[in-house]
Structures are given as structure tokens and as C-alpha cells.
Ligand binder design. Structure first.
Ligand SMILES: [Zn+2]
Length: 256
């Protein structure tokens, strides 16, 4: 795979992380990095240099020398919710114990984003005949996550052999592989009669799988835990998308 097989369009505010020659290039959100750096500076009361990395063994490291604070963070912190960022600042600057707990839990919940180490097999294809997945992912990322989700890849899935009519009874319109950090979208959605908002919904749903880990409750694994369901309702055209799906599921099954 070419290193340029990047789905997040390379805006001026995103900078590639250095030292990742192999595999897809990961982009960090420079605006989010600077904002966090400023918060650290305010709390620290002196100059702070914030570096953002991917695949760290240590999620948060810091060194202090001659009045300057240097912090290195895993990129997932840039997209963390307010509560976690506040705790992160308190933990880094004041070694606050409660804050350390919050940061620790956040890391624990997001381990799946760090372990993602397997290279996505084959070539990623984002341009379709009708729908452009890179553009769709970009829009979703901007609208719902302020552009902070940059450690995920997307591709159209492979076309499977057509089956005899009526043979297929279910279809996976999208999937997310945590080990590859890769969203796959079923190629049956790349058709003129499939509206853009519906494909966008499928992308949004799979992106949530990247962001919200599965939960274990009493030995059961919840793929769509309460937090997932709550955040899924943030999708602005959710009911429209679900209605469309119901109406067209038979046609999707036949077409796949
Ligand atoms: Zn799901």
C-alpha cells in the first residue's frame, strides 16, 4: 500500500507524524495539538512543547528542564472528551491522583486503538463509481468529531461472487477491524440509488466502533454499549437513514 493511501484529506492544519515510513500515514490535527499545548502552558505557567505520536508504548511522557516542559502524548488524547483533557492537564502538570485515575481509565478503554498494529491487507480503495469514501469520512470527522479522528482507514470491501436470487438473507453493510484500524464498506452501497446520507450513516456507525470500545457486562460482550447508542443518536439523519434501510434492505440483498 502506498503511504499516500490516506483517507483524511491532507489539510493545512494536519501534519504527518514523522517516523512512520511504513504503512499508511497518520495525520494529526494541528489545531487540536496547539489548543492542548496552550492549556498545558497555562496550567504549567511556562513554555510547553507538546509532541503527538502514534503506537507509543508509553501513552504520556514528560520531561522538565530549565523551566521548560516537554510532553509526548498518544494522538488519541487529541480527540478525547473535555473531562479527559482536563484530567490530562492536571495529571501532567500537578501529578494529580484523581486525574491520573481518569487518564488511566481513558487509556484502558482505548487500548484497541494502540494495539492496532496489523497492516491492512491489499490496496485501499476509497473512490467508488458513485460515492467517495474518503470525502464521506472526512465530512463525518469534521462535523461530529471536529476533525480529530485521524487514526482510522477506510476502504470499499471486495465484491463477492453474485449469489443465486434469494439466497442471501443478511448483509454486512459496514465493518470495522480494530487490528487494522480499518473500516470496510460493502460495495453494494456504491450505487446511484443509495443516497449519500445513508452511506454516511454506515461510515459514522463504523467510526463509532473505532471510538467506543465494546463493553463486557457479566461475561457478555456488548458491541453497542450504552455509550455507543447514545453517540449514534448524535447522527443528524439517523431516523431517515434507518427508514431508508428498512425500505431498501430487500433491494440491497438482491443487488449484493
Ligand atoms: Zn455495529
Amino acid at each position: 500500500m502506498a503511504t499516500a493511501a490516506v483517507r483524511i484529506p491532507q489539510q493545512a492544519i494536519s501534519l504527518p507524524i514523522k517516523g512512520l515510513a511504513k504503512g499508511p500515514q497518520i495525520f494529526i490535527h494541528e489545531g487540536a495539538r496547539q489548543a492542548l499545548e496552550r492549556r498545558l502552558e497555562l496550567a504549567f505557567g511556562g513554555p510547553v512543547q507538546l509532541g503527538v505520536t502514534d503506537n507509543l508504548r508509553r501513552m504520556v511522557t514528560q520531561t522538565r528542564s530549565s523551566g521548560r516542559l516537554r510532553v509526548r502524548l498518544h494522538m488519541m488524547f487529541l480527540g478525547a472528551e473535555e473531562r479527559v483533557k482536563t484530567a490530562l492537564v492536571a495529571y501532567v502538570v500537578h501529578a494529580d491522583r484523581d486525574a491520573s485515575q481518569v487518564v488511566g481509565e481513558f487509556i484502558e478503554q482505548n487500548l484497541h486503538r494502540i494495539r492496532a498494529s496489523r497492516k491492512a491487507p491489499g490496496k485501499l480503495v476509497t473512490a467508488g463509481q458513485v460515492h467517495d469514501l474518503e470525502g464521506l469520512l472526512h465530512d463525518v470527522n469534521q462535523r461530529y468529531f471536529a476533525g480529530t479522528v485521524s487514526d482510522v482507514l477506510i476502504t470499499w470491501g471486495r465484491k463477492t461472487k453474485p449469489r443465486a436470487a434469494g439466497q442471501r438473507t443478511s448483509i454486512k453493510l459496514g465493518s470495522y477491524s480494530a487490528t487494522e484500524r480499518l473500516i470496510r464498506i460493502h460495495p453494494v452501497l456504491d450505487q446511484r440509488w443509495v443516497p449519500r446520507y445513508f452511506v454516511q450513516y454506515v461510515v459514522y456507525h463504523e467510526l463509532l466502533h473505532h471510538l467506543v470500545p465494546e463493553a463486557r457486562v457479566g461475561g457478555r460482550v456488548l458491541l453497542h454499549p450504552p455509550e455507543f447508542q447514545r453517540r449514534e443518536r448524535d447522527f443528524q439523519q439517523l431516523s431517515r437513514a434507518l427508514t431508508w434501510e428498512q425500505k431498501h434492505i430487500d433491494r440491497l440483498l438482491r443487488a449484493s
